[in-house]
Design a protein around this ligand. Structure first.
Ligand code: ADP
Ligand code: MG
Length: 389
């Protein structure tokens, strides 16, 4: 696997696939984290005299109307501010204007091409990795760098497609993500905090983590399926019926590793909220968070860990007071000085919304991609075929 450092970029047309899929409303960028995350690679290319051609997708494009709210033009403005230099926006994904803009480039120039998914109106050319489109985009450059971690678990024309035709490598963001989420080579003990709603879509994840982690602390909606599997009643709490057998198997096989909640914060049908021991959940109650005894129990494991990876909130953090467990875990982590990684997607938004961004060593920029890495899968956007490198 090559990185951007392995190439001589000087004077070369370098296509960088970045992730500028930022939340946007009425043309205003709500959160520019993803743009900021790309700067290290983009600046490196500029500093090394490359002609920088940036490609990114934004949102999903199914109709002509979808194009109106998903143009990357506002991103080019923000990027230009952050780089403190002009960024030329090209309002098309292929054609004369794009080709001319590229042939007029000087070293250190930066071009941002329009949303790659506009090509999805052309028989999903981008998302289905049309050979023709990947080849066309590759023809515009000389070197390809993929740094869009959040889409690297997908084979699209703008990553896998281009890489097939150009000498290719990864940028600093993907390199950092791969290192952060490398559970095969990390300091131990490795403790995983798992939360979120459903078990069924995390079976691959739990299987792999059970093999590789030292402790798995389970909270969130998912915990109740495990608690049910251990023979206790969970009232109206979230239950993934199809996963009970799996949960039972896991509990038997990995009883030394899996740690379940010992208390639960519930709400009944009248709206009454109370905390109880895990074997005292009433028929009419729904568990929405881990209780303080569970927080203390989890703390013991966290204090002994050398690497901590957190995937998904341990309670219904969108609604107070059920955000308390997730907040308390953040407070514990704040005082622990080891490698602390937060998964992407909901985990990242929970942590950032609750104001705990700074306490983490790394917050992943990709939900699906980080999940696939933790499942032990290889990312198609990262593993390039040898002969092209
Ligand atoms: P999904 O399977 O819908 O993608 P996730 O696995 O991404 O869900 O988990 C995130 C969601 O889990 C959050 O919206 C959070 O509110 C929810 N959640 C966490 N704990 C609970 C719980 N005890 N009961 C119901 N939902 C919960
Ligand atoms: Mg989700």
């Amino acid at each position: 696997m090559k990185t951007i450092r392995d190439f001589d970029l000087s004077g070369k047309k370098v296509i960088i696939r970045v992730d500028y899929n930022v939340p946007m409303k009425d043309g205003v960028i709500l959160d520019d984290n993803r743009i900021i995350s790309s700067l290290k690679t983009v600046k490196y290319a500029i500093d090394n005299n490359a002609k920088v051609i940036l490609l990114s997708h934004m949102g999903r494009i199914k109709t002509e109307e979808d194009k109106i709210n998903n143009s990357l033009k506002p991103v080019s403005v923000r990027l230009s501010e952050l780089l403190n230099m002009p960024v030329k926006f090209v309002p098309e994904t292929r054609g004369i204007e794009l080709e001319k803009a590229i042939s007029n480039m000087n070293p250190k120039d930066v071009i941002l091409v329009e949303n790659t998914r506009f090509e999805d109106l052309n028989e999903k050319a981008e998302s289905s990795n049309s050979e023709e489109l990947g080849k066309y985009w590759a023809s515009l450059g000389e070197i390809f760098i993929n740094d869009a971690f959040a889409t690297s678990h997908r084979s699209h024309a703008s990553n896998v497609g281009i890489a097939k035709y150009l000498p290719s490598g990864i940028g600093f963001l993907i390199e950092e993500e791969l290192k952060a989420l490398d559970i095969d080579n990390c300091d131990r003990p490795l403790t995983i905090i798992l939360g979120g709603a459903k078990v069924s879509d995390k079976i691959g994840l739990i299987n792999n983590l059970a093999l590789k982690a030292d402790n798995i602390l389970i909270g969130g909606g998912m915990a109740y399926t495990f608690i049910k599997a251990s023979g206790l009643e969970i009232g109206k709490s979230l239950l993934d019926v199809d996963s009970i057998e799996f949960a039972k198997e896991m509990l038997e096989k990995y009883k030394d590793k899996i740690v379940l909640p010992i208390d639960s914060v519930n709400r009944d049908s009248k709206g009454v909220i109370r905390t109880c021991f895990i074997n005292e959940i009433k028929e009419d109650e729904t568990g929405y968070d881990i209780g303080i005894q569970t927080v203390k129990l989890f703390k013991n494991y966290l204090l002994d860990s050398k690497t901590i990876i957190w995937n998904r909130p341990v309670g219904m953090f969108e609604e107070s007071p059920f955000d308390k467990g997730t907040k308390e875990i953040c407070n514990i982590l704040k005082d622990i000085n080891v490698k602390k990684i937060a998964g992407g997607g909901d985990t990242a938004s929970a942590i950032i919304n609750l104001g705990y961004k700074e306490i983490f060593t790394h917050i992943s920029t990709g939900g699906g991609a980080s999940l696939e890495l933790l499942e032990g899968k290889k990312l198609p956007g990262v593993i390039y075929e040898e002969e092209n490198n």
